[in-house]
Design a protein around this ligand. Structure first.
Ligand code: PFF
Length: 464
């Protein structure tokens, strides 16, 4: 590919290590932290679940993130093109196609939820939830639930907001890597981090703080089932955006000086802290008002408006909370959509603008037709799951771990140790060769084994 002066066109990169950090953290931090992590933790034994989750982050998440960074920065290519550049057999391109599929499936339902979040920012700003504080608790609870029902279950409203969410993502991605992804994440991520700290601090000064913290952190191993172990693994993949080429794609924009190992730890640790802060912002308030810590979307969209509106300055807090959630969802979505966009740009030679419009258009149309209760296929269930839940389950619990397994096997067994060391130490500039040796050992023997055990266990083939 050449530019107008006939020189080969340079692929864009992020400018600094800070930009790399915020972009990558922007991908990891998302609805997963605020909508999935707190209730999954609460339901699956609190601290016990967190321990299992951390175990997977360390032995599966970080090794796979590093493998993806390696593949991306080494080849400076999209997830399908990587394997041509490395002259690998065509089989491995399957990783890229799985990634493409996961990105689509996740976007269908993720942009639906993001749309609800956007609409709540708007509604909180308009003061829609103010009246809740003057009602009795039962009446206020019913009103909050009703508000969520109209937001999610209406005919046109959820469609319009989903469109807005997808449109914002498209607008950012049209700006490309530096002017789009980098600029937005560098501005919004510090804001998000500030807002979540404010919300958590406010919540922790309430009378229900102790009970809320206990619900989140107290380890109850009796609630850990095979299903919760699989869920913890799926959450690690979903949280850190792994197994579908997102980190390959972002890795392909990292600059040469970036410390890959350092970045992977910083991102994994910061992301986990954001998840914990989200739990700390929510549960103390829930317990202060003696409500049940409900699971699923109800927690974010009915319980939170209810309990926050009961606090002094609650409406402001509500605006801030949904704003930070909207930021989180948006920076995560741009990384998701960038995966297919670059595949189209580089493999099919489609210009960025066309690729972005085509892919976001497709995501919006299929998403709208399948993931709303009122939409054409909204009532369809397969194996007892709605399409919304099915897309979520298939991507988090099957496609991403499977993609992750293939990525692990490829980097463990087809990349020479010296080569891995050279890339990870930035040509010997960093003194991390020892860590790379450890990484390779983990990738060869620990990560794949763990993945397979959790799979077999979940399928009931292996009884642990
Ligand atoms: N990590 C995001 C979250 O926790 O909400 C979800 C996600 C983003 C998954 C990007 C996959 C992805 F490519």
């Amino acid at each position: 590919k050449t530019n107008k002066n006939g020189k080969p066109e340079k692929r864009e990169t992020f400018s600094t290590s800070l930009a790399v950090f915020f972009a990558t953290l922007g991908s990891a931090v998302g609805l997963g932290n605020i909508w999935k992590f707190p209730y999954m933790t609460g339901m699956n034994g609190g601290g016990a679940f967190i321990l299992v989750y951390l175990f997977f982050v360390l032995l599966i998440g970080i090794p796979i993130m590093l493998s993806e960074f390696y593949l991306g920065r080494k080849t400076r290519s999209n997830v399908v093109g990587v394997f041509d550049k490395l002259k690998a057999s065509r089989f491995w391109k399957l990783i890229g196609y799985f990634g493409l599929l996961s990105a689509m499936l996740i976007m269908f339902f993720y942009s639906t939820v993001a749309g609800w979040v956007y609409s709540y920012v708007f509604k909180a700003l308009r003061g829609d939830f103010r009246s809740l504080s003057s009602m009795g608790l039962a009446e206020a609870k019913a009103a909050a639930e009703k508000a969520f029902e109209t937001t999610a279950g209406g005919t046109y409203e959820p469609m319009v907001w989903q469109f807005v969410a997808v449109f914002v993502v498209a607008a950012i991605l049209l700006g490309g890597v530096k002017k789009g992804i980098e600029r937005v994440t560098k501005t919004l991520m510090p804001l998000l981090l500030t807002l979540i700290v404010i919300c958590a601090v406010r919540a922790l000064t309430l009378s229900g703080a102790g009970e809320g913290v206990a619900f989140l952190m107290k380890a109850d191993f009796s609630k850990l089932s095979a299903a919760s172990v699989l869920a913890a693994m799926g959450l690690a993949f979903f949280k850190l955006s792994l197994g579908m080429g997102t980190m390959v794609t972002y890795g392909s924009y990292f600059n040469k000086e970036n410390n890959l190992i350092g970045t992977s730890f910083q991102v994994a640790i910061s992301d986990t802290l954001v998840s914990l802060l989200a739990g700390l912002a929510v549960f103390p308030v829930v317990f202060t008002f003696n409500l049940a810590p409900e699971g699923g979307p109800g927690l974010l969209f009915a319980t939170i408006p209810l309990v926050f509106s009961l606090l002094p300055l609650g409406n402001l807090l509500l605006v801030l909370f949904f704003l930070l959630t909207a930021i989180a969802a948006t920076t995560a979505m741009i990384s998701m959509v960038e995966v297919p966009v670059v595949i189209f740009m580089e493999e099919l030679k489609v210009p960025r603008k066309k690729a972005v419009l085509l892919i976001t258009g497709l995501m919006f149309v299929i998403g709208v037709l399948t993931t709303h209760p009122q939409s054409l296929f909204g009532g369809v269930t397969i194996a007892g799951k709605s399409l919304f839940d099915l897309f979520d389950y298939l991507s988090s619990n099957i496609l991403m771990p499977l993609g992750g397994l293939l990525i692990t096997l490829f980097v463990a067994y087809f990349v020479k140790k010296n080569e891995l060391i050279r890339e990870m130490t930035n040509n010997g500039h960093l003194k991390t060769a020892g860590l790379v040796t450890l990484l390779q050992f983990v990738l060869k023997f620990v990560t794949p084994l763990l993945l397979i055990i959790v799979f077999l266990n979940a399928l009931g083939i292996l009884k642990l």
